[in-house]
Design a protein around this ligand. Structure first.
Ligand code: TRP
Ligand code: SF4
Length: 539
């Protein structure tokens, strides 16, 4: 480990798990896919959006990438199924997309590397050019888009993407994406996009279309067969990821949950019933084991008893009794009266055809009860019912999507301090920059050094606030953790002075760019091997 894996928020280890997918409070921070991509406070991404800390799954990843080890990849949604697939050699996929609005730069390299790494771990890999999005949301001409598209793909290839094993495409020429996007669009409406993206009556339709196109992109790897899929992106793309996860679930034929009684309850209500059931069961179980013979502890727990339990817990004189989930739950339990509470797995019909619904009833072994729109299974585990539901869905023409997972990386600081921006050339290094320019930009970069060499020797530098140190950890040290740590320690310990440090970094950058561009040139001659059209006939 290097000394740099500053998890963005080591200070607060006290957050609770969130169940709302992060939707609550989402208005307070802008995560805007088309806005300026800076994040001033990574902690809020966990607190307000429900992005999970990558550090928590790191141990489950076989041989993690250095960007993971160093905390550059700081967050994720639901990465565990991907890690599990990697460990078990099961199918999984990785996909990310690039808007061809300018030259690819060292910030994009993070995502290229993530795609390539997952491909090398055995994933089906996809790299796409979001040209429809660039045209609609950024207003680029097709000529500009053609040039940039080529440049992105050349860098992705030069960094190691294997096009024979993986898939590269442009949104504009991929008919399957557009068809899938069209189907997904049926599950989303304007109000929802307005709420997520701040769209309003002035938003043009093609921009909205680019959103469903991206949904198509994200689910494309699962078109033939459902599989865990990871989408590595910057946190500004999280709204897209959340929407894609929702749409994936909405497309499913069946929803599988657990329940305790025949009535339909939402999640909160279900939790209240579960709480009542578990407490009463424990009381009874305790009585049974302690007093031999069991006596009055026996018999099923009935709905009415759970209602009474929740009423006791609520205490007298409740306010607003008509509308709270608690009040609803109590009413439902009272109405169910003597019905015993029994844990069960419930399958709810979402989009199933009547034939699929029938087939699932057939497929569920053991005790079951069939209602108009749901089936309760008493003998099977939730996992078993989930697999059956997916099998039946696939047999009947559904997609059976697994909700896509995501990885989030930190944005690189600009070389001039501030944010790294494509529109400020000195702030970033383009993968197309002349190696000498790359050298010069590093030499001119802002540092975390002290005003004088003397002070630096005395106090040490501040690598945590140094764009040059970032270059080492994100790129220049590559997989050499030992080297990255040495830079950090020497800097913090005052042995390393900025002049030499920048010289070393600048030379490494020059080497990297020269090498990268050599590989790009090799690929330039082989572009026709790819199944990608670089001259669009659009105008
Ligand atoms: N919207 C992304 C961007 O702004 C590009 C993109 C399109 C994308 N489709 C995607 C990213 C699918 C990840 C997955 O750069
Ligand atoms: Fe940054 Fe290097 Fe100076 Fe330390 S010595 S502050 S890492 S440039």
């Amino acid at each position: 480990m290097t000394t740099d894996e500053s998890e963005p928020d080591e200070t607060s280890a006290d957050e609770q798990a969130r169940t709302d997918g992060g939707a609550a409070g989402a208005d307070d921070v802008a995560l805007d896919p088309w806005g300026s991509s800076t994040v001033s406070d990574y902690r809020r991404l966990f607190d307000q959006f429900g992005i999970e800390r990558f550090g928590e799954v790191l141990d489950e990843v076989p041989d993690p990438h250095y960007l993971m080890r160093r905390g550059v990849i700081f967050g994720h949604r639901d990465y565990r199924p991907v890690a599990r697939a990697m460990r078990n050699n099961d199918p999984f996929a990785v996909l990310s997309g690039f808007m061809p609005t300018g030259d690819p730069h060292i910030g994009h390299k993070l995502v290229f590397d993530e795609i390539i790494w997952h491909q090398q771990q055995g994933g089906d890999a996809y790299g796409l050019i979001a040209d429809l999005e660039a045209h609609s949301a950024r207003g680029l001409s097709w000529d500009e888009i053609d040039t940039h598209s080529r440049n992105y793909l050349l860098s992705l290839l030069a960094l190691g993407f294997d096009p024979e094993e993986g898939t590269l495409y442009r949104q504009s020429t991929n008919r399957e994406i557009q068809d899938l996007a069209f189907e997904l669009g049926i599950e989303a409406n304007f109000s929802e996009l307005a709420a997520i993206y701040d769209f309003d009556g002035e938003t043009d339709i093609s921009h909205m279309e680019s959103v469903v196109t991206q949904m198509g992109d994200i689910l494309y790897p699962q078109l033939e067969e459902p599989k865990p899929t990871v989408i590595p992106v910057g946190p500004d793309q999280d709204p897209h990821v959340r929407l894609a996860r929702d749409l994936a679930a909405r497309m499913r034929y069946f929803g599988v949950t657990t329940a305790y009684a025949s009535f339909e309850a939402d999640d909160t209500e279900q939790q209240l019933v579960a709480h009542a059931y578990e407490t009463l069961a424990e009381e009874r179980g305790g009585a049974d084991t302690e007093e031999s013979g069991g006596g009055d502890g026996g018999g099923p727990i009935r709905c009415i008893e759970a209602a009474e339990f929740l009423e006791r817990e609520r205490g007298p004189d409740p306010t607003d009794t008509e509308t709270t989930p608690l009040a609803n739950t109590i009413t439902m339990l009272r109405e169910a009266g003597k019905e015993p509470l029994r844990p069960r797995v419930r399958v709810v019909d979402r989009n199933a055809t009547p034939e699929a619904f029938e087939a699932l009833i057939e497929a569920i072994d053991g005790e079951k009860r069939v209602y108009d729109e749901h089936i309760d299974s008493f003998d099977l585990s939730r996992g078993a019912v989930e697999s059956l539901a997916r099998e039946v869905e696939l047999d009947h023409g559904g997609y059976g999507f697994v909700p896509p997972s995501s990885l989030y990386h930190r944005f690189m600081t600009g070389l001039t301090g501030g944010k790294m921006s494509s529109s400020v050339p000195a702030s970033h290094i383009s993968l197309l920059d002349d190696p000498e320019d790359g050298y010069d930009k590093v030499k001119a970069a802002t540092t975390g050094g002290r005003e004088t060499a003397e002070k630096q020797r005395e106090l040490g530098g501040e690598p945590d606030d140094c764009p040059v140190y970032e270059l080492y950890t994100y790129l220049l040290a590559a997989a050499d953790d030992e080297f990255a740590r040495r830079v950090y320690e020497e800097c913090a310990g005052g042995e390393r002075l900025c002049g030499d440090c920048k010289e070393q970094a600048a030379e490494l950058m020059r080497e990297f760019l020269a090498d990268h561009q050599e590989k790009r040139a090799e690929w330039t001659d082989r572009l026709d091997e790819l199944d990608v059209e670089f001259e669009s006939d659009r105008v």
